[in-house]
Write a protein that binds this ligand. Structure first.
Ligand code: NAP
Ligand code: ZN
Length: 352
Protein backbone atom coordinates (compact mmCIF):
# COMPACT_ATOMS: atom_id res chain seq x y z
CA UNK A 1 0.00 0.00 0.00
CA UNK A 2 1.10 3.58 -0.67
CA UNK A 3 0.83 6.08 2.15
CA UNK A 4 -0.84 9.25 0.91
CA UNK A 5 -1.68 12.56 2.44
CA UNK A 6 -4.78 14.41 1.36
CA UNK A 7 -7.45 16.83 2.54
CA UNK A 8 -10.84 15.50 3.57
CA UNK A 9 -14.25 16.59 4.78
CA UNK A 10 -15.39 14.46 7.71
CA UNK A 11 -18.96 15.80 7.91
CA UNK A 12 -21.11 18.34 6.06
CA UNK A 13 -20.22 21.37 8.16
CA UNK A 14 -16.58 21.14 9.28
CA UNK A 15 -13.78 22.57 7.17
CA UNK A 16 -11.65 20.19 5.11
CA UNK A 17 -8.50 19.15 6.97
CA UNK A 18 -5.39 17.02 6.47
CA UNK A 19 -6.13 13.31 6.18
CA UNK A 20 -3.71 10.39 5.80
CA UNK A 21 -4.79 7.27 3.95
CA UNK A 22 -3.44 4.51 1.68
CA UNK A 23 -3.69 3.85 -2.06
CA UNK A 24 -3.49 0.34 -3.50
CA UNK A 25 -0.18 -0.76 -5.01
CA UNK A 26 -0.41 -0.52 -8.81
CA UNK A 27 -1.67 -3.78 -10.35
CA UNK A 28 -0.74 -5.01 -13.87
CA UNK A 29 -3.17 -2.59 -15.57
CA UNK A 30 -2.69 0.36 -13.23
CA UNK A 31 -0.92 3.67 -13.58
CA UNK A 32 0.48 5.34 -10.46
CA UNK A 33 0.42 9.13 -10.65
CA UNK A 34 2.04 11.79 -8.50
CA UNK A 35 -0.62 14.50 -8.45
CA UNK A 36 0.83 17.92 -9.28
CA UNK A 37 -2.35 19.98 -9.64
CA UNK A 38 -6.05 19.47 -8.99
CA UNK A 39 -8.87 21.78 -10.05
CA UNK A 40 -11.67 22.75 -7.65
CA UNK A 41 -15.11 21.97 -9.11
CA UNK A 42 -18.38 23.15 -7.61
CA UNK A 43 -19.29 19.43 -7.41
CA UNK A 44 -16.46 19.07 -4.85
CA UNK A 45 -18.26 21.59 -2.66
CA UNK A 46 -21.70 19.98 -3.20
CA UNK A 47 -20.14 16.64 -2.17
CA UNK A 48 -18.01 17.83 0.77
CA UNK A 49 -21.13 19.44 2.26
CA UNK A 50 -23.43 16.51 1.42
CA UNK A 51 -25.70 18.78 -0.64
CA UNK A 52 -26.67 15.88 -2.91
CA UNK A 53 -27.28 13.71 0.18
CA UNK A 54 -25.09 10.86 -0.99
CA UNK A 55 -21.68 11.71 0.46
CA UNK A 56 -19.51 8.97 1.92
CA UNK A 57 -17.19 10.32 4.65
CA UNK A 58 -14.36 10.90 4.94
CA UNK A 59 -14.64 12.65 1.58
CA UNK A 60 -11.48 13.56 -0.35
CA UNK A 61 -12.81 15.59 -3.30
CA UNK A 62 -11.03 16.44 -6.55
CA UNK A 63 -11.66 15.12 -10.07
CA UNK A 64 -9.60 17.49 -12.20
CA UNK A 65 -6.29 15.73 -11.71
CA UNK A 66 -3.02 16.17 -13.59
CA UNK A 67 0.36 14.81 -12.65
CA UNK A 68 3.33 12.71 -13.55
CA UNK A 69 3.39 8.95 -13.96
CA UNK A 70 5.54 7.34 -11.25
CA UNK A 71 4.65 3.66 -11.75
CA UNK A 72 3.13 1.47 -14.46
CA UNK A 73 1.87 -2.11 -14.26
CA UNK A 74 3.28 -4.74 -16.64
CA UNK A 75 0.27 -4.65 -18.99
CA UNK A 76 0.22 -0.85 -19.33
CA UNK A 77 1.01 0.19 -22.91
CA UNK A 78 0.18 3.90 -23.30
CA UNK A 79 2.16 5.35 -20.39
CA UNK A 80 5.67 5.19 -19.06
CA UNK A 81 7.26 6.61 -15.94
CA UNK A 82 7.79 10.37 -16.35
CA UNK A 83 4.83 10.99 -18.71
CA UNK A 84 2.20 13.60 -17.92
CA UNK A 85 -1.24 12.14 -17.28
CA UNK A 86 -4.74 13.24 -16.36
CA UNK A 87 -7.64 11.71 -14.45
CA UNK A 88 -11.18 13.08 -14.58
CA UNK A 89 -14.43 12.23 -12.84
CA UNK A 90 -14.42 8.43 -13.28
CA UNK A 91 -11.94 5.69 -12.39
CA UNK A 92 -13.95 2.63 -13.46
CA UNK A 93 -17.21 1.35 -14.97
CA UNK A 94 -18.68 -2.09 -15.75
CA UNK A 95 -17.27 -2.10 -19.33
CA UNK A 96 -20.08 -4.46 -20.41
CA UNK A 97 -23.36 -2.57 -20.61
CA UNK A 98 -24.52 -0.89 -23.86
CA UNK A 99 -23.41 2.57 -22.66
CA UNK A 100 -19.89 1.37 -21.79
CA UNK A 101 -19.75 -0.47 -25.13
CA UNK A 102 -20.46 2.85 -26.86
CA UNK A 103 -17.72 4.61 -24.90
CA UNK A 104 -20.27 6.46 -22.77
CA UNK A 105 -18.96 5.22 -19.42
CA UNK A 106 -20.55 8.18 -17.65
CA UNK A 107 -23.94 6.61 -18.40
CA UNK A 108 -22.82 3.10 -17.33
CA UNK A 109 -26.01 1.22 -16.59
CA UNK A 110 -24.42 -0.35 -13.55
CA UNK A 111 -23.09 2.98 -12.30
CA UNK A 112 -19.54 4.19 -12.91
CA UNK A 113 -17.05 4.48 -10.07
CA UNK A 114 -16.44 8.14 -9.30
CA UNK A 115 -12.91 9.37 -8.75
CA UNK A 116 -14.29 10.37 -5.36
CA UNK A 117 -17.38 9.22 -3.50
CA UNK A 118 -17.02 5.82 -5.27
CA UNK A 119 -20.04 3.74 -6.10
CA UNK A 120 -22.73 2.32 -3.81
CA UNK A 121 -21.30 2.02 -0.32
CA UNK A 122 -17.70 1.79 -1.54
CA UNK A 123 -15.82 5.07 -1.12
CA UNK A 124 -12.99 6.36 -3.31
CA UNK A 125 -10.64 9.23 -2.57
CA UNK A 126 -10.06 11.98 -5.12
CA UNK A 127 -7.43 14.41 -6.21
CA UNK A 128 -6.91 16.63 -3.17
CA UNK A 129 -4.02 14.28 -2.41
CA UNK A 130 -0.43 13.42 -3.28
CA UNK A 131 -0.88 10.28 -5.38
CA UNK A 132 -3.54 8.25 -7.15
CA UNK A 133 -3.56 4.78 -8.72
CA UNK A 134 -5.93 4.36 -11.67
CA UNK A 135 -6.67 1.70 -14.29
CA UNK A 136 -4.93 2.67 -17.55
CA UNK A 137 -8.20 2.76 -19.50
CA UNK A 138 -9.35 5.69 -17.33
CA UNK A 139 -6.10 7.68 -17.59
CA UNK A 140 -5.85 10.49 -20.16
CA UNK A 141 -2.87 11.59 -22.23
CA UNK A 142 -1.88 15.26 -21.91
CA UNK A 143 -0.49 16.82 -25.09
CA UNK A 144 -0.34 20.42 -23.85
CA UNK A 145 3.01 21.95 -23.01
CA UNK A 146 4.11 20.86 -19.52
CA UNK A 147 4.34 24.53 -18.48
CA UNK A 148 0.55 24.82 -18.92
CA UNK A 149 -0.16 21.84 -16.71
CA UNK A 150 -1.94 23.64 -13.85
CA UNK A 151 -4.31 25.32 -16.32
CA UNK A 152 -4.99 21.99 -18.07
CA UNK A 153 -6.37 20.39 -14.88
CA UNK A 154 -9.87 21.97 -15.13
CA UNK A 155 -10.33 20.49 -18.61
CA UNK A 156 -10.74 17.08 -16.95
CA UNK A 157 -14.18 18.05 -15.64
CA UNK A 158 -15.17 21.60 -16.61
CA UNK A 159 -13.74 21.06 -20.11
CA UNK A 160 -15.42 17.75 -20.90
CA UNK A 161 -18.72 18.63 -19.21
CA UNK A 162 -19.13 21.54 -21.63
CA UNK A 163 -17.42 20.04 -24.71
CA UNK A 164 -19.64 16.95 -24.72
CA UNK A 165 -23.04 18.71 -24.94
CA UNK A 166 -21.65 21.37 -27.30
CA UNK A 167 -20.62 18.55 -29.67
CA UNK A 168 -23.78 16.52 -29.12
CA UNK A 169 -26.05 19.47 -29.94
CA UNK A 170 -23.74 20.50 -32.78
CA UNK A 171 -22.43 23.89 -31.78
CA UNK A 172 -20.55 25.26 -34.77
CA UNK A 173 -20.57 27.82 -37.55
CA UNK A 174 -23.98 29.40 -38.12
CA UNK A 175 -25.28 28.37 -34.68
CA UNK A 176 -26.44 30.80 -32.00
CA UNK A 177 -25.19 29.37 -28.71
CA UNK A 178 -25.98 30.78 -25.26
CA UNK A 179 -23.90 29.99 -22.17
CA UNK A 180 -25.46 30.71 -18.77
CA UNK A 181 -23.06 31.49 -15.89
CA UNK A 182 -19.41 32.46 -16.12
CA UNK A 183 -17.84 30.16 -13.55
CA UNK A 184 -15.56 27.15 -14.00
CA UNK A 185 -17.82 25.33 -16.47
CA UNK A 186 -19.18 28.50 -18.11
CA UNK A 187 -15.81 29.97 -19.00
CA UNK A 188 -14.72 26.69 -20.59
CA UNK A 189 -18.01 26.56 -22.51
CA UNK A 190 -17.38 30.06 -23.89
CA UNK A 191 -13.85 29.18 -25.01
CA UNK A 192 -14.82 25.84 -26.54
CA UNK A 193 -18.01 27.02 -28.28
CA UNK A 194 -16.04 29.94 -29.73
CA UNK A 195 -13.32 27.56 -30.98
CA UNK A 196 -16.03 25.36 -32.55
CA UNK A 197 -17.09 28.40 -34.57
CA UNK A 198 -20.47 29.17 -32.97
CA UNK A 199 -21.78 32.68 -32.26
CA UNK A 200 -21.52 32.78 -28.47
CA UNK A 201 -23.70 34.84 -26.12
CA UNK A 202 -22.81 34.77 -22.43
CA UNK A 203 -25.49 35.31 -19.77
CA UNK A 204 -24.13 36.46 -16.44
CA UNK A 205 -25.46 37.82 -13.16
CA UNK A 206 -22.11 39.59 -12.60
CA UNK A 207 -21.74 42.84 -14.63
CA UNK A 208 -18.04 43.01 -13.72
CA UNK A 209 -17.36 39.83 -15.75
CA UNK A 210 -18.42 41.48 -19.03
CA UNK A 211 -14.95 42.42 -20.32
CA UNK A 212 -13.55 39.02 -19.37
CA UNK A 213 -16.36 37.26 -21.21
CA UNK A 214 -15.45 39.06 -24.43
CA UNK A 215 -11.77 38.25 -23.91
CA UNK A 216 -12.64 34.58 -23.39
CA UNK A 217 -14.52 34.43 -26.70
CA UNK A 218 -18.09 35.64 -26.17
CA UNK A 219 -19.49 37.64 -29.12
CA UNK A 220 -22.14 39.22 -26.91
CA UNK A 221 -22.75 39.50 -23.18
CA UNK A 222 -26.18 39.79 -21.56
CA UNK A 223 -26.70 40.78 -17.94
CA UNK A 224 -29.36 38.26 -16.96
CA UNK A 225 -30.82 40.38 -14.16
CA UNK A 226 -31.71 43.10 -16.72
CA UNK A 227 -35.25 42.33 -17.99
CA UNK A 228 -34.92 44.54 -21.07
CA UNK A 229 -31.68 42.93 -22.17
CA UNK A 230 -33.25 39.49 -21.68
CA UNK A 231 -36.41 40.38 -23.63
CA UNK A 232 -34.26 41.41 -26.60
CA UNK A 233 -32.89 37.85 -26.84
CA UNK A 234 -36.21 36.00 -27.33
CA UNK A 235 -36.56 33.23 -29.91
CA UNK A 236 -33.01 33.41 -31.23
CA UNK A 237 -30.94 30.50 -29.83
CA UNK A 238 -30.30 27.08 -31.33
CA UNK A 239 -28.73 25.88 -28.11
CA UNK A 240 -28.26 27.12 -24.55
CA UNK A 241 -25.86 25.48 -22.09
CA UNK A 242 -26.90 26.25 -18.53
CA UNK A 243 -24.08 25.86 -15.98
CA UNK A 244 -25.68 27.62 -13.01
CA UNK A 245 -25.15 25.89 -9.64
CA UNK A 246 -28.24 27.39 -7.95
CA UNK A 247 -32.02 27.08 -8.55
CA UNK A 248 -33.44 29.72 -10.89
CA UNK A 249 -36.31 30.30 -13.34
CA UNK A 250 -35.64 28.16 -16.42
CA UNK A 251 -38.46 29.92 -18.31
CA UNK A 252 -36.28 33.04 -18.53
CA UNK A 253 -33.96 31.03 -20.82
CA UNK A 254 -36.42 28.63 -22.49
CA UNK A 255 -38.10 31.71 -23.98
CA UNK A 256 -34.85 32.61 -25.68
CA UNK A 257 -34.76 29.38 -27.73
CA UNK A 258 -35.98 29.45 -31.32
CA UNK A 259 -38.30 26.73 -32.65
CA UNK A 260 -36.74 23.29 -32.01
CA UNK A 261 -34.00 24.82 -29.86
CA UNK A 262 -32.58 22.97 -26.85
CA UNK A 263 -31.47 24.11 -23.44
CA UNK A 264 -29.20 21.61 -21.70
CA UNK A 265 -28.65 21.72 -17.95
CA UNK A 266 -25.24 20.78 -16.64
CA UNK A 267 -25.46 22.76 -13.38
CA UNK A 268 -26.64 20.47 -10.59
CA UNK A 269 -28.08 22.56 -7.74
CA UNK A 270 -28.96 20.90 -4.45
CA UNK A 271 -32.54 22.22 -4.62
CA UNK A 272 -34.78 21.83 -7.71
CA UNK A 273 -35.46 24.66 -10.16
CA UNK A 274 -39.05 25.93 -10.23
CA UNK A 275 -40.86 23.81 -12.87
CA UNK A 276 -40.93 25.48 -16.30
CA UNK A 277 -44.17 26.47 -18.04
CA UNK A 278 -45.29 23.69 -20.38
CA UNK A 279 -46.53 26.27 -22.92
CA UNK A 280 -43.00 27.65 -23.28
CA UNK A 281 -41.97 24.21 -24.52
CA UNK A 282 -44.91 23.04 -26.62
CA UNK A 283 -45.51 26.17 -28.68
CA UNK A 284 -42.08 26.07 -30.22
CA UNK A 285 -41.27 22.36 -29.81
CA UNK A 286 -38.43 23.42 -27.53
CA UNK A 287 -36.44 20.85 -25.60
CA UNK A 288 -35.03 20.84 -22.09
CA UNK A 289 -32.21 18.34 -21.61
CA UNK A 290 -29.37 17.34 -19.30
CA UNK A 291 -25.84 16.09 -19.81
CA UNK A 292 -23.29 14.37 -17.59
CA UNK A 293 -19.51 14.89 -17.99
CA UNK A 294 -18.32 12.82 -21.00
CA UNK A 295 -16.89 9.40 -21.84
CA UNK A 296 -13.19 8.60 -21.72
CA UNK A 297 -12.70 8.62 -25.51
CA UNK A 298 -14.48 11.95 -25.79
CA UNK A 299 -12.43 13.35 -22.89
CA UNK A 300 -9.26 12.50 -24.82
CA UNK A 301 -10.80 14.07 -27.95
CA UNK A 302 -11.55 17.24 -25.92
CA UNK A 303 -8.01 17.39 -24.48
CA UNK A 304 -6.55 17.06 -27.98
CA UNK A 305 -8.99 19.66 -29.36
CA UNK A 306 -7.97 22.08 -26.60
CA UNK A 307 -4.25 21.41 -27.15
CA UNK A 308 -4.70 22.07 -30.88
CA UNK A 309 -6.66 25.29 -30.29
CA UNK A 310 -4.41 26.54 -27.48
CA UNK A 311 -7.23 26.30 -24.95
CA UNK A 312 -6.59 26.02 -21.21
CA UNK A 313 -8.51 27.25 -18.19
CA UNK A 314 -8.09 30.69 -16.60
CA UNK A 315 -6.99 29.77 -13.13
CA UNK A 316 -6.13 31.06 -9.69
CA UNK A 317 -3.50 28.78 -8.18
CA UNK A 318 -4.00 28.15 -4.45
CA UNK A 319 -2.28 26.12 -1.74
CA UNK A 320 -4.40 23.30 -0.30
CA UNK A 321 -4.53 25.19 2.99
CA UNK A 322 -6.76 27.79 1.26
CA UNK A 323 -9.40 25.29 0.13
CA UNK A 324 -12.07 26.25 2.66
CA UNK A 325 -11.79 29.92 1.79
CA UNK A 326 -11.90 29.00 -1.91
CA UNK A 327 -15.22 27.21 -1.35
CA UNK A 328 -16.67 30.34 0.27
CA UNK A 329 -15.50 32.48 -2.64
CA UNK A 330 -16.97 30.00 -5.13
CA UNK A 331 -20.37 30.40 -3.42
CA UNK A 332 -20.13 34.15 -4.04
CA UNK A 333 -19.34 33.59 -7.77
CA UNK A 334 -15.93 35.08 -6.98
CA UNK A 335 -13.73 32.75 -9.04
CA UNK A 336 -11.78 33.86 -12.09
CA UNK A 337 -12.43 31.27 -13.31
CA UNK A 338 -11.22 28.10 -11.66
CA UNK A 339 -9.26 27.50 -8.49
CA UNK A 340 -6.48 24.97 -8.96
CA UNK A 341 -4.63 23.47 -6.01
CA UNK A 342 -0.84 23.36 -6.24
CA UNK A 343 -0.25 19.96 -4.66
CA UNK A 344 3.31 20.91 -3.68
CA UNK A 345 1.59 22.74 -0.80
CA UNK A 346 0.64 19.36 0.71
CA UNK A 347 4.29 18.74 1.43
CA UNK A 348 4.45 21.85 3.63
CA UNK A 349 4.20 20.65 7.25
CA UNK A 350 0.97 21.78 8.93
CA UNK A 351 0.18 22.25 12.59
CA UNK A 352 -2.54 19.58 12.61
P1 NAP B 1 -19.00 27.79 -10.41
O1 NAP B 1 -17.60 27.97 -10.82
O2 NAP B 1 -19.41 28.12 -9.02
O3 NAP B 1 -19.91 28.59 -11.48
C1 NAP B 1 -21.29 28.71 -11.39
C2 NAP B 1 -21.71 30.06 -11.98
O4 NAP B 1 -23.13 30.14 -11.97
C3 NAP B 1 -21.26 31.26 -11.17
O5 NAP B 1 -19.96 31.67 -11.45
C4 NAP B 1 -22.29 32.32 -11.57
O6 NAP B 1 -21.93 32.91 -12.80
C5 NAP B 1 -23.53 31.51 -11.81
N1 NAP B 1 -24.43 31.58 -10.64
C6 NAP B 1 -24.17 31.20 -9.37
N2 NAP B 1 -25.23 31.41 -8.58
C7 NAP B 1 -26.19 31.90 -9.37
C8 NAP B 1 -27.55 32.28 -9.16
N3 NAP B 1 -28.10 32.22 -7.94
N4 NAP B 1 -28.28 32.71 -10.21
C9 NAP B 1 -27.71 32.77 -11.43
N5 NAP B 1 -26.42 32.44 -11.69
C10 NAP B 1 -25.70 32.01 -10.67
O7 NAP B 1 -19.45 26.26 -10.59
P2 NAP B 1 -18.94 25.16 -11.65
O8 NAP B 1 -17.79 24.41 -11.07
O9 NAP B 1 -18.84 25.78 -12.97
O10 NAP B 1 -20.17 24.15 -11.61
C11 NAP B 1 -21.47 24.57 -11.99
C12 NAP B 1 -22.48 23.50 -11.68
O11 NAP B 1 -22.27 22.40 -12.57
C13 NAP B 1 -22.41 22.90 -10.28
O12 NAP B 1 -23.73 22.66 -9.82
C14 NAP B 1 -21.68 21.59 -10.49
O13 NAP B 1 -21.95 20.62 -9.51
C15 NAP B 1 -22.24 21.18 -11.82
N6 NAP B 1 -21.44 20.20 -12.57
C16 NAP B 1 -22.13 19.34 -13.35
C17 NAP B 1 -21.44 18.43 -14.12
C18 NAP B 1 -22.18 17.50 -15.03
O14 NAP B 1 -21.62 16.50 -15.44
N7 NAP B 1 -23.40 17.82 -15.40
C19 NAP B 1 -20.04 18.39 -14.08
C20 NAP B 1 -19.38 19.32 -13.29
C21 NAP B 1 -20.08 20.23 -12.53
P3 NAP B 1 -22.17 34.49 -13.10
O15 NAP B 1 -21.41 35.22 -12.04
O16 NAP B 1 -21.62 34.67 -14.47
O17 NAP B 1 -23.65 34.69 -13.04
ZN1 ZN C 1 -16.52 18.53 -11.66
Amino acid sequence: MIKTRGYAAHDPSSPLQPFDFERRDPGPEDVGIEILYCGVCHSDLHTARNEWQNTLYPSVPGHEIVGRVVAVGERVTRFKVGDLAGVGCMVDSCQQCPSCAEGLEQYCENGFTGTYNGRGSENTYGGYSQTIVVKESFVLTIRHDARQLAAVAPLLCAGITTYSPLRHWQAGPGKQVGVVGLGGLGHMAVKIAHAMGAHVVLFTTSPDKQADAHRLGADEVVISRDKQQMAAQRNRFDFILNTVAAPHRLDDYLNLLKRDGTMTLVGAPAEPHPAPQVFNLIFKRRQLAGSLIGGIAETQEMLDFCAEHGIVSDIELIPIQAINEAYERMLKSDVKYRFVIDMASLRVPTAT
